[in-house]
Design a protein around this ligand. Structure first.
Ligand code: PAF
Length: 288
């Protein structure tokens, strides 16, 4: 069946009528779809009768010196991916369809949105949650699928759904990696071959942290971070260098740093610049 493309609320309504009744899943994206997005769509298809993919490069979540204008826009190829994956509706609004010129109200990501990734990207998570809430209101899905690669985003969306009583189930999908460990990201296409060699050290550092966490006789967050930091420090001497923004070991629900007495899951998260590209990655560990 052909993919129906909708650009605004009215067209979405018609698209939903044409697609028919049933349980709807939303996969929110900014386009430049890759194998990671395909895995989100496949998971969405397991959860629902109809899948809607939104494609919208959201200006609200980019800082003034970030890559909004050069963010890859590959709409025709994205439609091809959606058709191959059995997506029924693509919602691709223009900026003017999403935001009124005199808009006043936005979602605040609160304290949880200003730590870790949020500390380096002020306002980013407010922008993410604002657009995600708008997408939820427009598409009205029963379930929405987000990648674990953006772990803090996923945690904040869950928090928003709980705090604002949204009737939507949130499903997290595992990070998809290249064979050598590099986490898939739309921004990987900015990497030169030399950048890519340096960038591999993000996942290598997370693996080193995971190994240290598995071996530690006690729960020792500092030991885990030291093992990861050693890899990152070596990569800081590569050409181009890996320029670390943060390495954090946090509680998956709150994104606060874990302490020695933490039990259960923790997320080891890293962000770094390689050349002109900023990359993030994370791994889920079980402490204790
Ligand atoms: O993860 C993304 O691609 C974006 O942050 C999202 C969830 C589509 C909101 O713009």
């Amino acid at each position: 069946m052909d993919v129906i493309v909708a650009g605004n609320r009215e067209e979405l309504g018609k698209a939903r009528e044409a697609a028919g009744p049933g349980r709807y899943a939303l996969v929110p994206t900014m386009g430049a779809l890759h194998e990671g997005h395909r895995s989100l769509i496949r998971l969405a298809r397991e959860q629902a009768d109809q899948v809607v993919v939104s494609i919208f490069v959201n200006p609200l979540q980019f800082g003034p010196h970030e890559d909004f204008s050069r963010y890859p826009r590959t709409f025709e190829a994205d439609l091809g991916v959606c058709a191959e994956e059995g997506v029924r509706v693509v919602f691709a609004p223009a900026v003017a369809d999403m935001y009124l010129p005199d808009r006043q109200i936005a979602v605040s990501a609160g304290a949880m949105g200003s730590v870790v990734e949020g500390a380096f990207r002020p306002g980013h998570f407010d922008g993410v949650l604002t657009v995600v809430l708008k997408l939820f209101n427009l598409v009205q899905p029963d379930v929405a699928v987000f990648g674990q690669k953006d772990a803090q985003q996923l945690a904040l969306v869950r928090r928003m759904v709980a705090d604002l009583n949204l009737p939507i189930a949130i499903v997290g999908a595992p990070t998809v990696r290249e064979a050598d460990g590099l986490a898939l990201s739309s921004r990987n296409r900015y990497l030169s071959p030399a950048d890519r060699v340096t960038a591999l050290n993000l996942s290598k550092a997370l693996r080193a942290g995971a190994v240290a966490g598995a071996q530690a006789p006690q729960r020792e967050p500092e030991r885990i971070k030291d093992a990861a930091r050693a890899v990152l420090e070596t990569a800081a001497r590569f050409d181009p260098p890996l320029l670390l923004d943060y390495l954090a070991l946090v509680d998956p629900a709150t994104f606060t740093e874990v302490t020695e007495d933490h039990r259960g899951e923790a997320i080891l998260a890293v962000a770094a610049k390689v050349g002109t590209t900023r990359l993030i990655d994370n791994v889920v560990l079980t402490l204790g």
